[in-house]
Design a protein around this ligand. Structure first.
Ligand code: NAP
Length: 297
């Protein structure tokens, strides 16, 4: 029997573990893949207070070691199911806890084209605020038509020499004020009704093929491609007991409790406005302290 089982070893989950361990609780963290979550893709944190020159990988590794050094148990197992009696079933075992914190994060949606994974960090990025500064006075493209893509394009237009905004339709899902701002920028060019269909370059990206919905193709030289086509949570396995919104994010009225007593949520996986490292670690601290307080009450 553990005091707290945390599902997910990203910044939210590991911060929950840190707080719970420092309160002398017996903690198990379960992670399906690798520790660190999305932040390991960030070359430098840059917008995390006080740590401008630390890489996402170093941050995650330090946090992981911090949790291990405090005696936290971290198992790399895939959670398959959670029961409302707080039993957690994985692909390898079965565990029980007094409280559970769900910190499963969200994944950036991919374009699902050839070489996309291979070129991550070598021209392909899913995070403009993390990687934008590497493209000073260079040419970049942003794919997507939502607020993230538009906000990324605004941000990149102040760094890069030229920004293409590539969207698969002729109208944007994102807010009109971003569109107007982008239209007023001399270094921003819209490519509408189009998809990125090929990534070109040997060691790193240096061009993309863009295909218009009418079938015409063109090659554009770019140094960077920022993919901003939305995120997707991974909460299907919880839907037997946990209330999710229509996109699969965990609903929490106060940002910490789920609809199940003793099951809490932290980080990108919950319904929230700002998905950043700062808000993920904040959620983690709040979820752990709330769980501990309610367990002791
Ligand atoms: P989003 O709103 O879901 O937009 C995703 C965009 O990517 C859509 O334009 C979609 O095209 C396009 N897309 C999806 N799959 C694609 C594919 N395979 N190939 C090409 N394009 C594809 O995602 P988001 O922009 O990340 O925003 C997520 C949420 O956070 C939204 O609610 C957003 O408003 C919010 N947000 C708010 C702010 C802010 O208020 N400042 C900033 C960022 C995000 P279609 O339009 O054709 O479907």
């Amino acid at each position: 029997m553990f005091d707290i089982i945390i599902v997910g070893a990203g910044p939210a989950g590991l911060t929950s573990a840190l707080y719970a361990l420092r309160a002398n609780k017996k903690v198990l963290v379960l992670e399906a893949k690798a520790y660190g979550g999305q932040i390991i893709n960030a070359s430098l944190l840059e917008n995390y207070p006080g740590l401008p020159n630390v890489s996402g990988f170093d941050f995650a590794t330090n946090l992981y070691n911090q949790v291990k050094d405090l005696g936290g148990t971290i198992k790399f197992e895939t959670v398959i199911r959670i029961e409302d009696d707080k039993t957690v079933i994985t692909n390898k075992d079965k565990y029980q806890a007094k409280a559970i914190i769900l910190a499963t994060g969200a994944e950036n949606r991919k374009l699902n084209i050839d070489r996309e994974e291979e070129l991550v960090g070598r021209g392909v990025s899913y995070c403009a605020t993390c990687d934008g500064n590497f493209y000073k006075n260079k040419t970049v493209a942003v794919v997507g038509g939502g607020n993230t893509a538009l906000e990324d394009a605004v941000y990149l237009s102040n760094i890069a020499s030229h920004v293409y905004v590539i969207h698969r339709r002729d109208t944007f899902r994102g807010e009109v004020h971003y569109i107007n701002e982008l239209k007023n920028k001399e270094n921003v060019e819209f490519i509408l009704n189009s998809n990125v269909t090929k990534l070109i370059g040997s060691d790193r990206l240096n061009a993309i093929e863009v295909t218009n919905n009418d079938g015409t193709k063109k090659e554009i030289n770019v140094d960077g491609l920022f993919v901003a086509v939305g995120q997707a949570p991974k909460n299907e396995i919880f839907k037997n007991i946990i209330e999710l919104d229509d996109k699969g994010y965990i609903i929490s009225e106060d940002g910490v409790h789920t609809n199940q007593e003793g099951i809490y949520v932290a980080g990108d996986t919950r319904v929230k406005d700002l998905r950043q490292l700062t808000t993920a670690v904040s959620d983690g601290a709040i979820a752990a302290t709330t769980a501990i307080k309610e367990m002791e009450d």
